[in-house]
Design a protein around this ligand. Structure first.
Ligand SMILES: [Zn+2]
Length: 164
């Protein structure tokens, strides 16, 4: 075991026997600093590494989860926009699954135009977050005629019956 001084926190630590050249202690802040410095140097020196990082936002995200947590906290609108886009992607995937589903082999392409009627549907039609091309609408239950109206119409007949 070799006693060393951490180049970040400057405290002394025991170097791992597996990494005799270790110059950073195992504290998470120091390790984070070491990784960030390594990343910076590597990006500056290695064009291939730089390209991989550009190509893979997922990788750099996993290197720096705090950044994205802060980003989400500071940009609620962007988070909401992302959530809606994900929702649209989910919807498209469901429709694609439906189309690929063998049990629905008689589904055909339809060029029909669909009109949305009714006050409640206006929000649906104006909703920018749902630029879907297919709408699946459940029919509303048939509206019953107002009860009082039909009673009035039947009353004269009933009175005639009882009078006669
Ligand atoms: Zn340290």
């Amino acid at each position: 075991m070799v006693e060393r001084q951490c180049r970040y926190c400057e405290r002394s630590f025991q170097a791992s026997k597996y990494q005799p050249g270790q110059s950073v202690c195992s504290e998470s802040d120091c390790q984070r600093g070491r990784r960030a410095d390594y990343h910076r140097q590597k990006v500056a020196a290695d064009p291939e590494y730089r390209q991989v990082c550009l190509d893979s936002p997922q990788k750099s995200r996993s290197h720096n989860p705090d950044y994205w947590r802060r980003y989400r906290a500071q940009h609620p609108a962007a988070v909401e926009r992302n959530r809606q886009r994900q929702h649209v992607r989910d919807q498209k995937r469901r429709l694609r699954d439906l189309a690929n589903n063998n049990s629905a082999f008689d589904l055909k392409h339809s060029a029909a135009e669909i009109w949305l009627l009714g006050a409640g549907l206006q929000n649906l039609a104006n909703n920018n977050s749902a630029p879907a091309q297919v709408w699946i609408l459940e029919p509303l239950p048939p509206r019953k005629p107002p009860q009082s109206e039909s009673c009035k119409q039947q009353r004269p007949g009933n009175e005639a019956d009882s009078a006669g």
